[in-house]
Design a protein around this ligand. Structure first.
Ligand code: NAD
Length: 458
C-alpha cells in the first residue's frame, strides 16, 4: 500500500484476513520469525522507544526498560522457548464405549485479532498481547493509545519495519478510529483500559459474537497487619505505588492499616521511604515520572484535599508534576476512595481488625490485585479464601505480573480473561477437539437404530 493511500478499517481487516486465509501465518517458522522481528524492534530501536516514553510520561530509561521493553523481551524469549511444546497436539483418553479411537486437541490460530492498548505502559501493553497473538499464528491490528502520542507514532513507524506488514498493522487514533475498527468482525478483541470503555468494546464485539479479553483496573487494596516489618513494608508499598507516578493498573490503590498504632508508624515509614527513593524534592529526581495529561492532572489534584499529606502534596501544572503523596486521616467516603486513583496518591485508612479489613474489601468491586503484609498464616489463609481479586501478592506489589507462569487478568469489574506466557498463547488460539475413529471394525453398530439391541443391554 502506498503511503498516501488511506485505508479504511474495513479494508485493513480485509487485507489481513486475506493474509490469514493464505495460510502464511500458520507455520511455526513464520511465527518464530515474527517474534524475532519484534525482539529486534525492542532491542535495536530501544533508544527511540525510550525517548518516546520519556516524551509521553517522563519515564526514566531504566524504568522504561525494566517495566516495558525488557518485560516484552522476556515474554518473547519465553514464547520462543516453549512454542514447540505449546503447539503440540495434546492426547486425551477416550471412553471405553468409543474404543478403538484416538482423541486429541490441536491448537489453531483464531484469525485476525484486534489489540487496543492504553497509555500508561504504552509499549508493554501494546506488544505483550501481540507476543501471544503472533505465537499463536494470528494477524494483528494494533490500536495504541492516542494519549501516549509519541509512543503511538513510534510503534506505527517501527512495526512495519520489523514485522510482516501484511499480517500486522498499526492503526493510530482515538475514539473515532477505534469505533470504526470495532464495527469490523475480528476473531478476538483484546482490550486494556478502563471499565467504561471495556463495556463499549464488549457491546461492539457482541454484534459479531467475537470473544473479548478485558484487562481492566480498579482499586487494589494493601492490607498491613500489625507486627510486620513496617520499614520494609513501606519501601515495598512506596516502590509499587510511585513507580510510573502511580499510573500502574496493579499499583496499591490504598492501604488498610490494621489495629492500633500500625497506621501512625507506617505513615512515618512511608514518608521516609519516599524521601530515600526520590529525595526531599522529588520534582528534581530523574527517577520520578509525570502525569500523562492535563485532564488526569486536574482529576488527581482534586483528590488531594481528601486527607492530610504526611509526605508530598505539592504539584506543578506546567510540568504535570504531582509529588509522591501519602494521605492520612482519609474518610471512607472521601472522593479519593470512590474511584481508582491511578496516580501518585496513597491514602492510608485505619481499620480495627482483619474482619473490618476483609469487610471493607468485600464491600467493593473485585480488584485487579490485593496485597497483604502479614506474618500470620491465619491472616494469609483468610485473605486468600475470603476475598476475590485478579491476583494476590503477599509482601510485594506488582511483581506477580513478571512471573510468566502466572495468569495476569482480573475478575468481575477488574476484567475477564488473562494472558502472559502460556496463557497468552491460549487466549489467542482455539483448542480444537479432534476425534479419530477407524471405520473398521464398526463398533458403532450397537447404537444404530433400530434400538432393540441397545434396549436389551440397558
Ligand atoms: P486510554 O484512555 O488510553 O484508553 C484505552 C484505549 O481505549 C485507547 O486505545 C483508547 O483509544 C480507547 N478508547 C478510549 N475511549 C474509547 C471509546 N469511547 N470507544 C472505543 N475506544 C476507546 O486508557 P485508560 O482507559 O485511561 O487506561 C487506564 C485504565 O486502564 C485504568 O483503569 C487501569 O487500571 C487500566 N489498566 C489495566 C491494565 C491491565 O492490564 N489490567 C493495564 C493498564 C491499565
Amino acid at each position: 500500500m502506498s503511503a498516501d493511500t488511506v485505508e479504511t478499517a474495513a479494508e485493513t481487516v480485509e487485507r489481513l484476513r486475506g493474509t490469514f486465509r493464505s495460510g502464511r501465518t500458520k507455520p511455526l517458522a513464520w511465527r518464530r520469525e515474527r517474534l524475532r522481528g519484534l525482539r529486534a524492534l525492542l532491542t535495536e530501536r530501544e533508544a527511540e522507544l525510550a525517548e518516546a516514553l520519556r516524551a509521553d510520561l517522563g519515564k526514566n530509561a531504566v524504568e522504561s526498560y525494566a517495566s516495558e521493553l525488557g518485560f516484552v523481551v522476556n515474554e518473547i524469549d519465553h514464547a520462543l522457548r516453549h512454542l514447540e511444546r505449546w503447539t503440540r497436539p495434546e492426547r486425551v483418553g477416550v471412553p471405553r464405549s468409543l474404543m478403538p479411537a484416538r482423541a486429541r486437541t490441536v491448537r489453531e490460530p483464531l484469525g485476525v485479532v484486534l489489540v487496543i492498548s492504553p497509555w500508561n505502559y504504552p509499549v508493554m501493553l501494546a506488544l505483550a498481547p501481540m507476543v501471544g497473538a503472533l505465537a499463536a499464528g494470528n494477524c494483528v491490528v494494533l490500536k495504541p493509545s492516542e494519549l501516549a502520542p509519541a509512543t503511538s507514532a513510534a510503534l506505527a513507524r517501527l512495526i512495519p519495519e520489523h514485522l510482516d506488514d501484511q499480517a500486522v498493522t498499526v492503526v493510530e487514533g482515538g475514539v473515532g478510529e477505534t469505533t470504526a475498527l470495532l464495527e469490523q468482525r475480528f476473531d478476538h478483541v483484546f482490550y486494556t483500559g478502563n471499565g467504561h470503555v471495556g463495556r463499549i468494546v464488549m457491546r461492539a464485539a457482541a454484534e459479531h459474537l467475537t470473544p473479548v479479553t478485558l484487562e481492566l483496573g480498579g482499586k487494589s487494596p494493601a492490607i498491613v497487619d500489625p507486627g510486620v516489618d513496617l520499614a520494609a513494608t513501606a519501601r515495598r508499598l512506596a516502590w509499587g505505588k510511585f513507580f510510573n507516578a502511580g499510573q500502574s493498573c496493579t499499583a496499591p490503590d490504598y492501604v488498610l492499616a490494621v489495629g492500633d498504632g500500625t497506621a501512625d508508624e507506617l505513615e512515618r515509614r512511608l514518608a521516609d521511604a519516599v524521601r530515600a527513593m526520590y529525595g526531599d524534592d522529588p520534582s528534581r529526581s530523574p527517577d520520578y515520572g509525570r502525569i500523562v495529561n492535563e485532564r488526569h492532572f486536574d482529576r488527581l489534584t482534586a483528590l488531594l484535599p481528601g486527607g492530610r499529606a504526611v509526605v508530598g502534596g505539592e504539584y506543578d501544572k506546567e510540568t504535570r508534576y504531582i509529588a509522591p503523596t501519602v494521605l492520612a486521616d482519609v474518610a471512607e467516603d472521601a472522593p479519593v476512595m470512590a474511584e481508582e486513583i491511578f496516580g501518585p496518591i496513597l491514602p492510608v485508612l485505619r481499620v480495627p481488625d482483619l474482619d473490618a479489613a476483609l469487610a471493607f474489601v468485600n464491600g467493593r468491586d473485585k480488584p485487579l490485585a490485593l496485597y497483604a503484609f502479614t506474618n500470620d498464616p491465619v491472616t494469609r489463609r483468610r485473605v486468600l479464601t475470603e476475598t476475590s481479586s485478579g491476583a494476590v501478592g503477599f509482601g510485594l506489589p506488582n511483581a506477580h505480573l513478571t512471573v510468566p507462569g502466572l495468569p495476569f487478568g482480573g475478575v468481575g469489574e477488574s476484567g475477564m480473561g488473562a494472558y502472559h506466557g502460556h496463557r497468552s498463547f491460549e487466549t489467542f488460539s482455539h483448542a480444537k477437539a479432534v476425534l479419530d475413529k477407524p471405520l473398521s471394525p464398526d463398533t458403532m453398530r450397537v447404537v444404530y437404530p433400530p434400538f432393540t439391541a441397545l434396549k436389551e443391554r440397558l
